[in-house]
Design a protein around this ligand. Structure first.
Ligand SMILES: [Zn+2]
Length: 410
């Protein structure tokens, strides 16, 4: 049987609009994500996978029993169906820039969207490759349709080469990763694997095993409201207290706009209030729990100090846990990363280990009991009209997945 090539698969997936929505209360957040799910079902069946289903929640699940006699683990390969709510994914017109020669790429007719080498130094590593972009009006959707295409291509290769040992393979394509709700309606029991890998990263050869530790924090300030005409020595204005707290935050550190790499931050992202009460909402991020707690202590102290400057005022700080660095879990399963590194090296690539300044479905799965690091797709500039990926890097990602399956089966 002749199966579609990875390029053909990828181009067909990106043409289906699967944009998720931050504001929707349904699950999946948009029904159109199921359009792609529906197309993937027969493709998985054609490859010989079993128990292929699209669940009522929009997850695509499939299983492929091992071809080995000895006991092998079940490994889940995971990618997400949706694209970012930030940029339209409707009417994606993928463009192939063949035999790329290191030039800026003009994506839209009006020259308004240009992929510049100066801003994308990684383009210099792509000479001679085929770069795939959108046409300036939409994102491309390599995040994460490249991941889906790469998993499908690896399965294709394994189907065409039944002599290659493979473990029990579980396929999980999830809706709503971009809204942070991707694993809301699935359990580790349903996935049925001991180990998982999300294929949702970026640069060639990269393995991500760390995410932020994340909390949300709320400061509640209570003032005293009196008629402004008779307020002398009586009124305590909660709006002003909240403003002063924010004013006293570090200016050149500890914020999203002043940090990178492994630095954490405290980020006030919402404020509401009146004279009587005011609320400031924060998200707190750090790679360690210790750093997270330190930042939270800093805000607590600052809040108490400022409140004390306003006699009669009261305040409280509430912290709630969002998610934790998946490294805490992955450190207990050194094999999971060691085998991924081996698979990357077998493909002739340099292994890059990195951390994500955010969370992933994998981080949530780790804490649900499924150790799940993140593997590269080869894509770049996710969530933007300048999103791009090299076809050759997609082929490499597929090769790494085949290697990884082989390694787990041995
Ligand atoms: Zn993604």
């Amino acid at each position: 049987m002749k199966y579609p090539d990875i390029l053909e698969r990828f181009l067909s997936y990106v043409k289906i609009d699967t944009q998720s929505s931050d504001t929707s209360e349904t699950f999946p957040s948009t029904a159109k994500q199921k359009d792609l799910a529906a197309n993937l079902k027969p493709e998985l069946e054609a490859l010989g996978l079993q128990d292929v289903q699209v669940t009522p929640w929009g997850y695509v699940l499939a299983a492929w029993p091992t071809n080995q006699k000895h006991k092998v683990p079940a490994i889940a390969l995971i990618a997400h169906l949706d694209t970012s709510p930030d940029v339209s994914g409707a009417g994606v017109e993928p463009q192939l820039h063949k035999n790329y020669q290191g030039q800026d790429l003009v994506l839209s007719a009006g020259d308004s969207v240009v992929l510049k080498v100066a801003e994308n130094p990684l383009l210099k590593e792509q000479i001679g490759k085929t770069i795939i972009t959108a046409s300036g009006n939409t994102l491309l959707g390599a995040d994460d349709k490249a991941g889906i295409a790469e998993i499908m291509d690896a399965l294709t290769y394994l189907a065409e080469h039944p002599e290659i040992p493979r473990p029990n393979i579980k396929i999980v394509f999830t809706p709503d990763e971009e809204t942070g709700r991707g694993v809301e309606h699935i359990s580790v029991f349903e996935i049925g694997a001991e180990i998982g890998y999300t294929v949702d990263g970026e640069h060639l050869g990269e393995i991500e095993d760390e995410t932020f530790c994340a909390d949300s924090l709320e400061i509640h300030v209570f003032g005293i409201n009196v008629h402004p005409g008779m307020a002398k020595d009586k009124m305590v204005n909660a709006v002003k207290i909240a403003a002063r707290i924010i004013e006293k935050l570090p200016k050149n550190a500890l914020s999203p706009e002043t940090t990178e790499k492994r630095e954490g931050y405290v980020h006030p992202n919402q404020i509401n209030g009146n004279v009587e009460t005011a609320t400031v909402k924060f998200i707190i991020r750090d790679f360690t729990k210790k750093g997270l707690k330190k930042s939270e202590k800093m805000i607590e102290k600052l809040t108490a100090k400022v409140t004390a400057q306003f006699p009669g005022a009261k305040s409280e700080v509430k912290v709630s846990e969002s998610y934790r660095n998946m490294k805490v879990v992955l450190d207990k399963y050194p094999d999971v990363l060691a085998k991924a590194e081996q698979a990357v090296a077998m493909a002739g690539l340099k292994v890059l280990r990195s951390s994500i300044r955010g969370g992933t479905d994998g981080a949530k799965l780790c804490f649900m009991g499924l150790p799940t690091p993140n593997l590269f797709t080869g894509g770049h500039n996710f969530h933007s009209k300048q999103e791009w990926i090299a076809l050759e890097d997609m082929r490499k990602a597929s090769e790494v997945l085949v290697n990884l399956m082989k390694i787990w089966a041995e």
